[in-house]
Design a protein. Structure first.
Length: 290
């Protein structure tokens, strides 16, 4: 045994799946990402619901932020669903076994499961999700020859899309439908990195001045119905509803082909919700240093 001691094989297909949403949450952290994102992040943190495979992605500047982000996300999803998280599974990284984390779990009664050191296979759901997101992000950035500091925006958009397309672990449904109980609206899907023209509000322009500004489409905001854009001149991130896209025809057809199997989805979302003139939904602009 001293000269030869192979690793035991892992059982496949024998994991006990959760029977309802939030019955089991997988979590994993990935990094150090070689390039700092636009908001200064260097780590990817994922939370995956075992029942639906719905995924939340967060971006951290330091690993020490894991506990704070978990507490905030836990409060958000439990308040929205009215259901408590029952089991939390993670790898054996030091960011998860801090005294603060242990105190939280003991106080709120969440069962903890963690992998054995140097055995990422025991947290395979989170490991595979992180790998999938990184691979999809690489493709999105390379296909448009975009700067790598947009990796967080691309990864957030990748998770948004993956939550709305079929998943092998959720037969006949998307993760979104399995988690929320209804089909997602995919009419707002656009090609990441495409040229987009954002409407300039009347209060911010004068007569005979341009009515739009040229931007790059970089994702979907969590807090509002609209599109996340990068002003190519000011390097500011803009959240806007009224947007015209300049997408290559073959890329538009590919998006339509990928979503054609969801015929019951609404096609009125952009016209009614995003393209309207509601004064309460004026664009929100955030200054971001690039």
């Amino acid at each position: 045994m001293i000269g030869k001691h192979p690793e035991h094989k892992f059982d496949r297909g024998k994991a006990n799946r959760a029977t309802s949403i939030l019955g089991l949450i997988h979590s994993g952290i990935s990094g150090l990402i070689p390039v700092t994102s636009m908001n200064g992040s260097r780590y990817l943190l994922t939370f995956i619901d075992d029942f639906s495979r719905y995924t939340w992605v967060l971006f951290l500047k330091k690993k020490l932020e894991v506990c704070e982000n978990f507490s905030e996300l836990k409060a958000l999803i439990e308040n929205a669903s009215g259901i408590k998280i029952k089991i939390f599974r993670y790898d054996n990284g030091g960011e998860y076994v801090s005294n603060e984390f242990i105190h939280i779990f003991s106080q709120i009664g969440i069962q903890v499961q963690h992998s054995i050191p140097y055995t990422p296979q025991q947290n395979s759901v989170a490991e595979r999700k992180n790998q999938s997101l990184k691979e999809m992000t690489t493709c999105m950035l390379e296909s448009k020859k975009l700067a790598t500091n947009l990796w967080a925006e691309a990864m957030h958009a990748a998770a948004y899309i993956q939550n709305r397309v079929p998943h092998s672990s959720v037969k006949g449904k998307t993760p979104f439908e399995a988690y929320f109980g209804h089909k997602p609206d995919v009419s707002n899907l656009r090609v990441f990195g495409s040229t987009a023209w954002a409407r300039i509000p009347l209060d911010k322009r004068r007569a005979l001045q341009p009515q739009s500004i040229e931007c790059l489409f970089i994702g979907y905001p969590d807090e509002s119905k609209g599109f996340k854009l990068l002003d190519i001149n000011t390097k500011q991130i803009i959240i806007e509803r009224s947007v015209k896209f300049d997408e290559p025809l073959q890329e538009v057809e590919l998006v339509k082909e990928k979503t054609a199997e969801f015929p019951s989805y609404s096609t009125e979302y952009l016209d009614d919700e995003i393209g309207g003139d509601d004064p309460d939904l004026d664009p929100m602009i955030y200054a971001i240093n690039v």
